[in-house]
Write a protein of this length. Structure first.
Length: 202
């Protein structure tokens, strides 16, 4: 076989090899970025919620007007805890929700859930709709009749305790809640009702 024949044969083989191959352009590739747990950060993961969604369902509430960092001393029940900030002890009533009282069904479960969510010694971020309340010695307008500071409570991951309790059927929306998170809390309570969770079990 002469050189011309060999060249023609090579061209034919290359053409056959390319038939049926898909041409990939840069626009077909996933966004570049660091790998996360072995998966490309730009690819969707069906096992995880969107970044704005909590792991137990429902969107996280909007950020508060002001915050105060504290450390959990202990959980009293599903919507009350004691914490320390700036050398002072603060009794906190989680604003916007109401969990079962002693002797009522799911009181123990709600208390346990709060303790698991905010363990003793963990950091808690107290959130306030009124920026003037974000101090350890909060004024009276930031307190309830039992001198407890009314605040949202978020764990170190930034998750909201009130939303967590509502989503899991361990709380109701506080009947007189005029809070910025009312719409988010209403959706969370509705989700628990639909799924017959906790206090909504039929």
């Amino acid at each position: 076989m002469d050189a011309t024949s060999r060249s023609a044969l090579v061209v034919i083989l290359l053409a056959v090899g390319l038939i049926g191959c898909e041409v990939v352009t840069p626009s077909d590739l996933p966004p570049s970025g660091p790998s996360v747990d072995g998966a490309d950060a730009g690819m969707p993961d069906a096992g995880l919620p969107d970044s704005g969604t909590a792991l137990d369902g429902g969107a996280e509430p909007p950020p508060p007007a002001a915050t105060l960092e504290a450390v959990v001393d202990f959980v009293v029940d599903g919507d009350t805890l004691q914490a320390s900030a700036s050398g002072q002890t603060i009794r906190i009533r989680v604003w916007g929700i109401n969990t079962p009282e002693v002797g009522q069904p799911f009181h123990g479960e709600a208390t346990q859930a709060a303790g698991d969510f905010l363990p003793r010694g963990s950091k808690v971020t107290l959130g306030f709709d009124d920026a003037a309340c974000a101090i350890a010695n909060a004024p009276n307008r930031c307190r309830d009749a039992y001198d407890r500071v009314l605040a949202y409570a978020a764990n170190p991951a930034g998750r909201d305790l009130g939303a967590h309790q509502l989503r899991n059927g361990l709380a109701r929306i506080y009947s007189r809640c005029e809070c910025s998170r009312l719409s988010t809390y209403t959706a969370a309570e509705a989700l628990a009702r639909t799924q017959n969770l906790g206090i909504w079990k039929r």
